[in-house]
Each structure stands twice: as C-alpha cells, then as structure tokens.
Design a protein around this ligand. Structure first.
Ligand SMILES: Nc1ncnc2c1ncn2[C@@H]1O[C@H](COP(=O)(O)OP(=O)(O)OP(=O)(O)O)[C@@H](O)[C@H]1O
Ligand SMILES: [Mg+2]
Length: 764
C-alpha cells in the first residue's frame, strides 16, 4: 500500500461497507473526483454540488456539500492522506473517519452547527442570496474588522489565485476580481455567513469557503474577461507537446538510450549505427562536437555535411549530416538519428532544443546518449509517444581515482598531462601565468569565450606529446565534447558564479569534468581527479560518489507560430511584454518547464526602439548568439537589426586586427570580434542571405581571428586585466568573470581569495 499526499484533487473510496450516509465538512477545500461515487458501496450517498468550468485535468465534481444525518464525517483535510491498494482502488484512511451518533458534526454546540450548515451549503445558493439581498445586514465592529482582514488575505492568497486559473481568471486580473468581490460582499453580507467566516478567521479555510462563492460572482460579473483569458490561455497551451509532431507520432520509432557515465563509449556506439545507416543525422550540443563528428565521419569515408547556426558545409552526395541540436530538421526523414548529451533536455536555457529533437525527429531509429538523469523522463515520453524504448547501459572504460593528497595549494606540483579546471577566465590566465613562470610546463587554455576552432587547436596542441604544451588550463567548457588526453583533473576551486551568486559547482558537472581524465585511447591507464586545496577534497569525493540525480522536468519553448497566435490575443504589447505574458499564462504538463528567457527579453528590450521589425524578425534576432553581458557585442546586434529594419544590406562595420594580442585587453577584443562575426554569420543563415550579404567576408575574418587567438594564447604571458583598473570591462565579458569581481568585493568569498593568496605564497 502506498501512501501519497493529495493536493487539491482528492480521490476517495470508502473502505467501510456499512457506511450508509455521509456528510462532508471542509470538502470545499478541493475537487472530488467523479470516480468516487460507487453507489453500491454507499447506499445513500448523493454528492450535491454543481459543475464549474474547469480545464480537462480537473474534470471533476465540485463539492462542498454535506448530507444531513450521518454516521461518518471528515474533519479538516482528511483527504490529505490517500491510501492506494494493490488493485489501484483508492480508499480514505479510517483514521480520518470518525463515528458520531449525534450528528452534530463534532462541534458540540448549536451555534457552531449553524455555521457548519453555512459551510455545507451550496455556494451557488449562497451567492444568489447575497446577490439578491437588498442591503447589508448589520455586523459588529469586531466582525467587520475580522472580515476586512479575511478579504485582505483572500486577495493576496496564492492558493485562491491559482485555483482561479481553473475558471480562467488570470493572475493579473485576480486582484481586481477579488477587490470587486469584496465590495460586493460588503454591500450584501448576511449575518450567518459573516459569523461563520469570522469563526474561521483569516485562514486558508476561510479562503476555501469564499472561493466557490467568488467563482459564482466572477462567472456572472466578468464573462468577457473570462472569455478573453480563456482564449489567451488556450493560445499559450504547451500541454501535450508530443502532439505537435503528428508525422513523428504516426511513425513507430525505436529509441535506443545509451546510458552511462562519461568516457564509456556511448557516443562511439551511437555513431556506429549512424554511419551504417543510409541516411543519418547527428545532433550535437556544441558546434565544436558537430565539427568533430563531421571530420571523423568524413575521414572514415562516409560523406557527411555540417550544419550549425553559423556554418553550412554541404558535402556533395552526402546522406549524413552533423548539426547542432538547435538546427535539427523535424521535416526531413532519416533512418538513424543520434541526439548526444540527452541530459541537456533539463538545461534551463537550451533544454527545449533536445526535447523538440526527441519528440519531433522523423527517424526510424533514434540513439540518445547521456547520463541516467533523464532516463525515467525519456521512458515517460516514449510511453506517451508510443515509441519503443531500448536501454543500453555502459560502464567507464578506465577507472576514475581520486588523489587524496591534493596539491596542497601548490601549483608547482602540476605534472605533464594535468588539466587545471577553474571557473573564470581571470583564474585561467592567473593559473597559466603561475605555472609557466614557476615550472617548465607550457599551458594550453580552453574556455567558453574562445571560438570552437581555437578550442580545438588548443586541444590538439595539448594532445600532441611531441611539443612543450603538456598542461591544460580550462573552464567547464572542457566538460563536454572534446577528446583530450588528460591524466589528472585538478579543480582549482569547486565554486562558481551562477549569474547571481557564488555557488558550489553542481555534482553532475563535477562528475562530467572529472570524467574527462583517463579517456580511452589516451596513454594513461586510469583517470585521476583531485583539488588544488585540501579543503575542497571532501566535496569532490561527495560529488563523485553521488548517484545521478533524477530529473523530473525537461525544457520547452514555444515555436514562433505559437507566440504569434498568442500575440493575437494581446495586441499592442512589446515583444518582451508578450514573452512575459506568455510565461505567466502558458500551460504545461507536469513533465515540462518553460525554458528561461531572460536573455531573450534583454535583447527584445534593446531592439524595442528599432522600428520596422516584424514580430517574426524580433523573434529571430532574439535567438542570435550574443553575449548579453558584452556591451560591444550588443551594440553590434543593435546596429545589425537597425540596418535590417531599414532594408539596407547589413554591414559588418568592424576592422580586422592585423596581429595577435599583446595584452589581455587585446585578447578580449579579439574574443568579442570573433563573437560578433559569428553572430553575423548566424544572422545571415537565419534571415534571407541578401540582407546579410557579407557572409563570406565574415567567415574569412572569423577564421583569421581564430588563428590570431591561437597565436595569442601560445604567447600569452601577461596578467589578466588589473582587478581595479579595468574591472568593469572584464565583468561585462562573461558570466565566469563576474565571479571574480564578486570574490573580490564581498566577504563571503573568502575561500577564493584564500586560494589566490596561498597560490602566491606557495609558488616559489
Ligand atoms: N569500441 C571502441 N573502440 C575504439 N574506441 C572506442 C570504442 N568505444 C569508445 N571508444 C573511444 O573512447 C573514447 C570515449 O568514447 P565516447 O566518446 O563514445 O564516450 P562517451 O561515453 O560518449 O563519453 P562522454 O560522456 O564524455 O561523451 C572516444 O575517444 C572513443 O573514440
Ligand atoms: Mg559522448
């Protein structure tokens, strides 16, 4: 028997056969499911209530009535514990059932009984009585005071506001409706109703009593508002996303889940099926990985094209394509599709792209590769879509061992084949500088702001044993995709800036990064992981020991067409307002969340003043890959959008640097320039080509800059920008860097300061 708590939806089935009559107190707290009433079990049971318009998931009977004369009754929230027996029947626990001969509801006083009778009356009736009353009955001062407080709480009640959604009273309209309801009630109130409410006081019970009366009031008073909101909600319906892809639903697809930790051969095996297929698609989490698969597959003699937001490389006669997951086509038919890093379905920003690929791909066979965190939700999706699911479980090829002695804060203990992982660009350069200054090692660097080509070039340099670059210093960008010959991962710290504050690095990420050590094919027999500081070791061990946390929701985001439909319901709003209203009003099934769209809103706000962009243009511009914290990059996006809106050919308007960076500021400049060019290429691919006619030029410049970045990194021996002087500039660069500033400015980041200090102390 499983016990599960029920919230507002109560199921009940009486276990006692001798129950002949029932009454309910406080049942107004919820919906009573219609499956409940099995007349043969309860001879004289007659739920007395009425239907209210509710969304399908609440196709229930609203009940707040009780029958006279009873043997059993339920107090408070008796249904908050529901026992499910093996036959899937549901019973109310006996503990919640009290026998009572006298039928007074257990309150013991006649006065109280009257109140109780109020509670159990049909809210429609109460409402009509109030509505038809000509004036307010006299109340005491104290009762008024309590009443005012009760209505104040009602207007602020999250519970009531949520419940009101079920009858299409939106959250933004709820306070107005509650205010009008209060005015109505105060003009008409009756002594017995008031007394009952006052006896409850300002509490959830009072809200629950008032709510159905409020609903009646709203249904009569605000039919237009309800109709409009209903239309709006229906146009923001994201429930049943599997039904958005009818063609894929008509297919019986086979999903093969390659499930396991990092470095266990998941992608390798999926790619075997991909290459053997007549027609295949590989969906990558990163441009970098798409490029790598493109190269590898072509190298093995299978013609394969490349499609990312920025580049389209068509290989003649190819039937295979490697793309980034955002670019996947749900129109094309494939024999085999691979969706790599499927656990990214749960990513707060990009998760929707994986969900869409899984639900929408028209492929006979879909190989998904990832850790076990989304296995259950993929099982659920498959049962909804009717696809067959086959699970293949994997183990790591080589063991991962934690080195307990750590580096004790001493970076001179770094050895050949080590990868030091830091979570900000500044730390990366500090570590590189310290290692190169005080040892004979040379460092490659990999971090998110570098173009994929440069990251690959750095990875190749590190992997090649025949050069002096034998240590890697990297950010979490190293966690996915690259094949690196790492002997040992050393965490420089285990906390990072999450866009808001410094937090411990999530265990799943620690696992993913540590798992990079000891890759199959590398010369190391096992992978090692450790920390720079001894005090971080326990957290590292804890993370590595932790089983993968199960995810219970995955991301969704509306298509443009859905946003357009919704926009029709609220004309004259800005795109950012539209997104907010969509976010507030969209309906989702329990397995999905709406992906975060703050960055989209930020771009939408910036572009608001650009006249002449259609809604679709705005939607597309907002998805352009831009670092919203980099004002230079944002400025270029604004300029691109302005030219586009004026139907002018969009210019790159940026000079090509002619030498590699000589200091950190020049390096930052190269990074930004590359990002702007990459954005231009993306826009050129997402809008009509002739509007962005300088694609080739942008591509050539981007290649040149990536090379300059590679050269610059090989020679980089400068300090990252001074913390005082150019802090602002650095902070705007990317998330990781803002961490550094916070570390310096606030006292609760003592540990990082300590790390830096001890680094300075111990390095001779
Ligand atoms: N059967 C095999 N024969 C030869 N090499 C293999 C085989 N399986 C895997 N490898 C190699 O082992 C390395 C790790 O494999 P793969 O990338 O498939 O792991 P993964 O489980 O996808 O890891 P991650 O989670 O890090 O993506 C790769 O370099 C891959 O080419
Ligand atoms: Mg993989």
């Amino acid at each position: 028997m499983a016990i599960r708590p029920a919230r507002n939806l109560f199921y009940l089935y009486l276990s006692k056969n001798n129950v002949s009559k029932l009454r309910f107190l406080s049942v107004s707290s919820g919906f009573l499911h219609t499956h409940f009433a099995e007349p043969k079990k309860i001879q004289d049971f007659d739920v007395y209530g009425h239907r209210i318009p509710t969304p399908p998931q609440f196709s229930s009977l609203w009940c707040n009535q009780w029958k006279k004369l009873n043997l059993f009754h339920f107090y408070g929230h008796p249904f908050s514990t529901v026992v499910e027996n093996g036959d899937n029947e549901l019973e109310v626990c006996d503990v919640d059932v009290e026998e009572n001969e006298c039928g007074d509801g257990g309150f013991g006083s006649e006065k109280r009984l009257n109140f109780v009778q109020i509670a159990s009356r049909d809210p429609v009736e109460i409402y009509r009585e109030l509505r038809d009353a000509t004036k307010c009955e006299k109340q005491t001062r104290a009762d008024w005071d309590t009443l005012i407080e009760i209505f104040r709480c009602f207007a602020k009640s999250g519970w009531a506001s949520n419940q009101a959604l079920a009858v299409y009273i939106g959250a933004s309209f709820f306070p107005t409706a509650a205010q009008k309801f209060r005015n109505f009630f105060f003009r008409k109130c009756k002594v017995d109703v008031v007394k009952y409410l006052v006896s409850l006081g300002p509490c959830i019970e009072a809200e629950k009593f008032l709510f159905p009366i409020f609903v009646e009031f709203c249904l009569e008073e605000f039919p237009d508002e309800i109709k409009n909101f209903r239309k709006m909600v229906e146009s923001a319906d994201l429930t049943k996303p599997h039904s958005w892809f009818p063609f894929a639903r008509a297919m019986k697809r086979k999903i093969i889940y390659h499930c396991g930790p990092t470095n266990s051969g998941k992608t390798y095996n999926a790619l075997q099926s991909f290459m053997e297929a007549k027609k295949g698609i590989y969906c990558s989490p990163l441009r970098l990985l798409a490029m790598e698969v493109f190269d590898k597959v072509n190298g093995l003699g299978v013609y394969c094209s490349l499609l990312t937001g920025q580049e389209k490389k068509h290989v003649p006669f190819s039937n295979h394509i490697a793309c980034t997951v955002e670019m996947v086509s749900t129109d094309e038919m494939y024999d085999v599709a691979v969706i790599d890093e499927i656990q990214m379905m749960a990513d707060t920003h990009r998760g929707y792209a994986w969900t869409r690929a899984l639900l929408g791909l028209k492929a006979d066979e879909i190989h998904v590769c990832g850790d076990p965190s989304v296995l259950n939700i993929v099982r659920k999706v498959c049962s909804e879509t009717g696809d067959e699911l086959v699970e293949q479980h994997y183990e790591r090829f080589k063991p991962l061992v934690v080195e307990a002695k750590t580096l004790l804060g001493d970076l001179t203990k770094v050895k050949s084949g080590d990868c030091v992982v830091a979570f900000s660009r500044r730390e990366i350069f500090e570590v590189k500088l310290a290692i190169e200054k005080h040892s004979n090692h040379r460092c490659c660097v990999i971090y998110g702001a570098l173009p994929p080509e440069t990251r690959r070039q750095q990875a190749t340099l590190f992997n090649d044993p025949n050069n002096e670059f034998d240590v890697l210093v990297a950010s979490d960008a190293v966690g996915m995709g690259l094949n690196l010959n790492i002997r040992r991962i050393i965490f420089y710290t285990l906390s990072k800036y999450n866009g808001d504050r410094i937090v411990p690095v999530p265990a799943s990420q620690v696992k993913q990064i540590a798992g990079r050590a000891g890759r199959r094919g590398s010369r190391y027999p096992e992978g090692l992981a450790t920390t720079l500081q001894l005090e971080d070791l326990d957290y590292l061990i804890e993370c590595l020991k932790k089983p993968f946390e199960e995810v219970n929701k995955v991301g969704l985001f509306p298509f443009y067409e859905q946003v357009e439909l919704f926009a029709g319901q609220i004309p004259n709003s800005t795109f950012a307002e539209l997104l907010d209203r969509f976010g507030e009003n969209c309906r989702l099934d329990g397995s999905y969340f709406l992906c975060q769209y703050n960055h989209i809103k930020k771009i939408a706000n910036m572009l608001e003043k650009v006249q002449g962009l259609s809604l679709e243009d705005r939607f597309n511009f907002c998805f352009a890959p831009v670092n919203i914290r980099d004002p230079k990059a944002m400025y270029h996006l604004l300029k691109f959008a302005s030219s586009y809106a004026q139907a002018l050919p969009v210019n790159i308007a940026m000079g090509m640097p002619n030498c590699s960076a000589r200091n950190d500021s020049e390096l930052l400049d190269l990074e930004t320039k590359h990002q702007v060019l990459s954005m231009y290429m993306w826009l050129s691919n997402h809008f009509e080509g002739e509007k962005f006619p300088y694609f080739k030029k942008a591509e050539a410049m981007a290649t040149g800059i990536a090379e300059l970045l590679g050269e610059s990194l090989a020679n980089a021996r400068w300090k990252p920008e001074s913390r005082n002087g150019k802090q602002q500039k650095v902070v705007k660069k990317d998330q990781g860097e803002t961490k550094e500033q916070l570390c310096l400015n606030t006292s609760n980041h003592r540990r990082l300061q300590h790390d830096t200090a001890s680094l300075a102390l111990r390095v001779p």
